[in-house]
Design a protein around this ligand. Structure first.
Ligand code: SF4
Length: 347
């Protein structure tokens, strides 16, 4: 019998689940709060429930737990990177960053990734599996408990394509946002996608005020397809139509991530084309100087060229920031830690 993962249930599902096993609905709320407000996963300590109910739950359900395998603390700033061991021995990573306005985390949504972006370490060992909602929640709850903090902002930009794990990602958002649980504002959640066009339309229809962040990296189809295989499936034109639909339906500004690669996508012709593409979209461009990985033999442009590209975009009326580098001494970009850990294990 497949056991239900109890800490992957939304508040409503938890109530229904309890009723289905012959308990009162409010017991579902107690269970939900135990996981998502009190961050306790040990059913034995859930004394609000009668012993028989706890035993019944243990029989028909299971609680997902993950372990901190390693933690890397930056010596430059207060960034921390976590490698987590999942219950099937797979590994995922997350990052905790401290800003003036509070704590932000970047978490993974899949083990590995099938999207194949050439500059990304997460995809180099292929796709293993989707993460469950509880596995996403646990990445956050473990960091909060480890540091005795409350996280204010969540970015789904670690390993994996969140829109390729659509149902679990939406459930995760529902649970973490629930007022009676962790109560994180939807406005403080950013979902980053490489551009799975049909799913952007689906997400727009959910009408959630989360921020959608699109990895663009080039305004030209052929060049984009060279570094992002998804661009062979959906043209930039199709992607922009979906983004416009998203912005118009949700009234939210979209972020476009643009990794700057020396002599690849940092020229004036790219700036001109970007301005054309984004002129009807409420957009913000986030420039990310390339974080080199050894499988991708390109460099980031020098500081002067990065500033020049930013100026050029701003002169064309675009809103632009350059991403501040955090924890650059602890294997920065997504997937690098997991990959180097796996490589060392295999040697
Ligand atoms: S950049 Fe994102 S979508 Fe592309 S391979 Fe990496 S994790 Fe997947």
């Amino acid at each position: 019998m497949n056991k239900t993962e109890l800490n992957s249930l939304t508040l409503e599902e938890s109530k229904v689940y309890m009723m289905n096993i012959g308990e009162k609905g409010y017991r579902g709320e107690q269970l939900f709060q135990y996981f998502n407000k009190h961050l306790n996963l040990n059913l034995n300590e859930l004394k609000q429930l009668p012993k028989e109910t706890r035993n019944k739950l243990k029989e028909v359900g299971k609680v997902n737990e993950i372990e901190i395998l390693e933690r890397f603390d930056s010596k430059i700033d207060s960034t921390k990177k976590y490698l987590y061991l999942l219950d099937d021995k797979n590994i995922v990573e997350s990052v905790l960053m401290e800003y003036k306005h509070g704590f932000t985390t970047c978490i993974s949504t899949q083990v590995g990734c099938k999207m194949g972006c050439t500059f990304c370490a997460s995809t180099k060992n292929g796709f293993i599996r989707d993460l469950t909602p509880a596995e996403m929640l646990n990445q956050i709850y473990m960091m909060e408990k480890d540091n005795n903090i409350k996280i204010n902002n969540i970015v789904l930009m670690g390993s994996g394509e969140p829109l390729d794990n659509y149902d679990n990602t939406l459930k995760f958002i529902n649970i973490i946002h629930e007022e009676k649980g962790h109560n994180i504002s939807l406005r403080n959640i950013t979902l980053s996608s490489c551009g799975v066009v049909p799913k952007i339309y689906d997400l727009a229809k959910e009408n959630l005020p989360i921020t959608l962040s699109i990895s663009l990296h080039s305004p030209f189809d052929a060049k984009r397809a060279k570094i992002m295989p998804i661009a062979k499936r959906y043209s930039i034109n199709e992607l922009m139509n979906a983004c416009k639909f998203y912005g118009d339906s949700t009234n939210r500004r979209l972020t476009f991530e643009y990794t700057l690669i020396e002599d690849e996508n940092d020229g004036e012709k790219e700036a001109i084309e970007l301005a054309k593409l984004l002129k009807n979209i409420n957009a913000h461009i986030n420039l990310i100087p390339l974080n080199s990985i050894k499988e991708f033999s390109k460099d980031r442009p020098d500081k002067k060229s990065i500033e020049k590209f930013k100026d050029s975009l701003e002169k064309k009326g675009l809103r632009v920031t350059i991403r501040r580098e955090m924890g650059s001494d602890i294997s920065a970009s997504c997937g690098q830690l997991r990959r180097s850990y796996l490589e060392n294990k295999l040697q």
